[in-house]
Design a protein around this ligand. Structure first.
Ligand code: SF4
Length: 626
């Protein structure tokens, strides 16, 4: 056999022995903004199989870069942006992309996922992820046009809102279809909970990914792709997709979901007595009927919007037709924004919530973190722990939306007290230690919009979430309220760990978790999708085991930054201040019971009682990327 023929036959053998026949381009894009150097970095099949994609790729690549990172806002930090193997494959809700970095808000592992179309376009440009280090000399955007990748100076975008900047870039390029992820002034000003925005109102909101981009002088990442997304078995994928669409559409709540999306949750959460009200001092809001999904539908909604290939179309386009905020048009709000800028701040004027939604999108700040911090400031003023002079003369009071919107803008621009709030919960507590009981945070991240006092499992979910007090790893409220009357600690620990395993799996695969949560879409569909797209047969258990390993990895990263049991407690308020009214009036979390649950949680995870994974677990992550 000739040398050439022998080479060919070994290549054929290699490809025949490959488990992965689709799902990946086996290529990352590595960009050093300091030098402007761009290179295509291969990834191996073992890496793709083990880490799957999205937050799995991000966690591993962050782990590999840790030694070189000085601090989150230093150019040495890395941001990894990765869709998953299912992103863009025409499956229902196959849309998500993870942003992963050392978080400027918490100082530990951080990530946030974004829907829309951006990640799909990146896959069409031929990449499984982008790895960005360094700092550009001047404000710039990264231009990815298939293999043509450049850092483009764009100083004229300085200070522009996220949407305005995206519009300017599209105008410059003469291309309205190009996909753009941008930061607003908050990201440029290094607000530690700055978000990244794409497709009008799709945000990577939590953990300060926008500030990491800002610290790199990176205003936007612009993508145009023209390649096919590799799929192992198109016919199998078509069958699975069609069956799934029929199943989703037959759900009794499908139409209602299309009409209201996450806004439908407000009534449920209010009647369950866990709606954040006046900085989580209560769980029932008297004005809930003025800010719920029906008000949105009947008075403000003018259209629907959806992420790529999503039949659920949960997003609502709203217009304010009269009054002070007349002319406000925005895509949203979804539940978290409606609560954190509504009931949590005593606001029962839906038009003001819409204005807040529009403003936060344009400024590029996370509505949960900013709404939470503004709530603490209002309570501090109402209870006379701070004076009007302390807050730049703003008349901070429950329901005063004009002062609230002014404070949101001050945060994004770091003006006056906005400068302190822009550094997050810890900075607020450091400046005003008397406010500590009022600030709801875990590991420096502000708590999401569900009261954890009625359900011990939700308190544990907040306490042990790897990025801080976020609901997006485990939202166990409904399950515990509906099924948990007889649950002991065992069931509570199990449900938190299961959620912390299955929900991150969606982030790894690159799909939205809402079909599973809201329409009961069975998670056993996902191994079938994965097999159709990648060609690798697998089981749900195997996929969950890989996700669970990533939870170990993110914990190892954060333990290396000093995280341990002391950081795994739900916010103080949940232990100290009982809910004031509603079905859970008088309820708070018992610390001894929480401690017993935390012990059990660690035991079940195989971590020691200080929350540290055993040393040998880290060894499995020392493998090579390619
Ligand atoms: S359910 Fe909503 S957030 Fe999820 S993919 Fe569909 S439109 Fe996007």
């Amino acid at each position: 056999m000739s040398k050439k023929a022998s080479k060919r036959s070994s290549a054929t053998r290699k490809s025949a022995s490959r488990k992965l026949k689709g799902g990946y381009h086996f290529k990352l894009l590595a960009v050093d903004l300091t030098t402007g150097r761009v290179k295509q970095q291969p990834i191996g099949e073992d890496f793709a199989l083990k880490y799957i994609g999205g937050r799995g790729f991000g966690a591993k690549l962050l782990y590999d870069h840790l030694d070189q990172i000085k601090e989150p806002l230093d150019p040495s930090n890395v941001i990894i942006i990765a869709p998953g193997p299912l992103t863009g494959a025409f499956l229902p809700a196959s849309t998500k992309t993870s942003f992963v970095s050392l978080s400027p808000l918490t100082g530990i592992y951080g990530d946030s996922s974004m829907g829309g179309n951006w990640g799909v376009e990146l896959r069409q440009a031929g990449y499984d992820g982008v790895v960005i280090t360094g700092r550009a000399k001047e404000l710039s955007y990264l231009w990815i046009d298939d293999d043509d990748v450049r850092v483009v100076p764009a100083p004229r975008l300085a200070g522009k809102g996220s949407l305005e900047a995206a519009g300017m870039i599209k105008g410059d390029l003469g291309d309205d279809d190009v996909k753009i992820a941008t930061i607003g002034p908050a990201g440029e000003n290094l607000v530690r909970f700055a978000s990244v925005n794409c497709d009008w109102s799709r945000n990577s909101g939590r953990a300060g990914m926008g500030a990491v981009m800002g610290s790199k002088n990176l205003k936007a990442i612009v993508v145009r792709g023209s390649k096919d997304i590799p799929v192992a078995d198109i016919e199998r994928l078509r069958r699975a997709t069609e069956a799934s669409l029929v199943e989703l559409a037959s759900h009794h709540l499908f139409k209602f979901w299309q009409e209201q999306g996450l806004m439908s949750v407000i009534d449920y959460v209010n009647s369950a007595g866990v709606l954040p009200t006046r900085n989580f001092s209560d769980g029932v809001f008297a004005g809930a009927e003025r800010i719920n999904g029906f008000v949105m539908e009947q008075q403000y909604k003018i259209g629907d919007a959806a992420c790529f290939a999503c039949p659920m179309s949960c997003s609502n386009i709203c217009l304010v037709k009269d009054g002070r905020y007349r002319g406000t048009v925005t895509e949203g709000p979804e539940y978290e924004t409606a609560c954190m800028y509504g009931s949590n701040l005593g606001v029962d004027d839906f038009s003001a919530i819409l204005r807040a939604n529009q403003l936060c999108d344009e400024l590029g700040i996370d509505t949960i973190s900013s709404g939470s911090l503004i709530g603490a400031m209002i309570e501090a003023c109402e209870s006379e722990l701070l004076t009007a002079e302390d807050v730049d003369g703003l008349r901070l009071a429950w329901g005063n939306h004009e002062a609230i919107l002014a404070l949101a803008a001050k945060i994004a621009h770091r003006e006056g007290i906005g400068d302190t709030l822009a550094n997050g919960s810890r900075a607020v507590i450091e400046r005003w230690p008397q406010l500590e009981p009022l600030v709801l945070q875990v590991k420096g991240m502000e708590q999401s919009a569900y009261d954890g006092r009625a359900t011990l499992s939700m308190a544990l979910a907040y306490g042990t979430c790897d990025i801080g007090a976020s609901h997006n790893r485990a939202w166990t409220v409904a399950k515990e309220l509906e099924l948990g009357a007889t649950w002991g600690l065992e069931e509570k620990a199990d449900i938190v760990i299961y959620h912390q395993t299955v929900r991150p799996l969606f982030d790894m695969l690159g799909v939205c978790r809402l079909p599973w949560i809201e329409l009961g879409f069975d998670e056993s569909h996902y191994p079938e999708y994965y097999a159709a797209i990648t060609g690798a047969e697998t089981t749900l258990e195997e996929l969950l085991a890989k996700s669970r390993a990533i939870y170990d990895l993110t914990r190892i990263i954060s333990c290396g930054k000093g995280i341990s049991r002391k950081d795994d407690y739900a916010p103080r308020r949940l232990f100290e201040l009982p809910i004031q009214s509603g079905p859970w009036a008088g309820r708070k979390i018992d610390r001894a019971e929480y401690d017993a649950l935390l012990d059990l949680y660690y035991d079940k995870r195989g971590w020691d009682r200080d929350g540290i994974p055993p040393a040998e677990v880290a060894a499995q992550f020392k493998d090579a990327v390619a």
